[in-house]
Design a protein around this ligand. Structure first.
Ligand code: TMP
Length: 255
């Protein structure tokens, strides 16, 4: 790790300079934080599991034509990604009320929403990632109106696809957070691509039968069993690291 130039250290990941121009190495840590870094801890093995889970999901999304920053997994904790200019917006898609929407609007957790709802938060730790509207995003130039249209339509496609993927393995996708970036090609043409990660760190995943939480809410709420929950998500996706890098079985169908 020490030989490479570190570009950025976030709460759950570190970005290093990649082997070729325009690439980065994304390293997944076991560190977990919640409530804007006020609660800190580690979830043993989380980095390894999230590296695999995010790889799996990014590849499946790539297959249905969603452009992503993912290039390939390098090892247990690292993946090669394209260097993008991150749009400073966290996009949350919700299917069922939980977390901040339940608190903000007084909707009981577990209440299905009338339709999928997209929310935007300005990525700024000092301000605690405040919720913002499309008006704020375009007026302050965080994204242009066409970029935001693309972000919204990609987010809804990702939601449709992931709802089906998870339901097929007995998991309800309650909500999740996405980040997007601008990728410039050799002719300086720009396109919006999915960046960051998709893992139980930034999704709410409930067992479809028991409604048991299988995501970072176990850590946020001090429920315990977070490592086992992440492992169970990976197991159901057919990608437990124990099965070996060349032995990806694919998702296990459930009733
Ligand atoms: P929220 O209900 O707390 O707004 O969270 C909505 C979703 O976004 C949930 O799946 C957790 C995820 N999330 C992050 O990935 N990072 C964050 O900083 C926050 C607050 C939520």
């Amino acid at each position: 790790m020490s030989r490479r130039r570190q570009i950025y250290e976030g709460k759950a990941k570190v970005l290093f300079e990649g082997p070729e121009p325009g690439t980065l190495v994304q390293y997944f840590k076991d560190d977990a934080t919640a409530f804007n870094n006020k609660k800190k801890g580690t979830i043993t093995g989380k980095g390894v599991l999230n590296n695999r889970i995010s790889e799996f999901i990014m590849l499946r999304l790539g297959e249905i034509g969603v452009p992503t920053h993912f290039v390939r997994r390098l090892n247990m904790r690292e993946q090669l990604v394209r260097e993008v200019e991150i749009v400073p917006i966290e996009v949350v898609v919700r299917n069922v009320a939980a977390g901040s929407i339940s608190q903000r609007l007084g909707i009981a957790e577990g209440t299905p929403l009338p339709r999928s709802i997209v929310e935007y938060f300005y990525k700024n730790d000092d301000l605690g990632d405040p919720m913002v509207s499309e008006e704020h995003i375009t007026a302050f130039g965080w994204a242009t109106p066409p970029e935001l249209d693309e972000i919204m339509s990609l987010s809804l496609r990702i939601n449709d696809f992931l709802c089906g993927l998870f339901l097929g393995i007995g998991i309800k996708l309650i909500d999740f957070k996405l980040e997007f970036g601008r990728l410039y090609d050799e002719h300086d043409q720009m396109r919006i691509v999915l960046a960051d990660e998709i893992s139980p760190d930034n999704c709410r995943l409930w067992d479809a039968q028991t409604l048991e939480k299988m995501d970072k809410d176990r850590f946020r709420r001090g429920l315990g069993g977070e490592a086992e929950a992440y492992q169970e998500v990976a197991r159901r996706l057919g990608i437990l690291p124990e099965s070996g890098p060349n032995d990806i079985k694919g998702p296990e169908a459930m009733q």
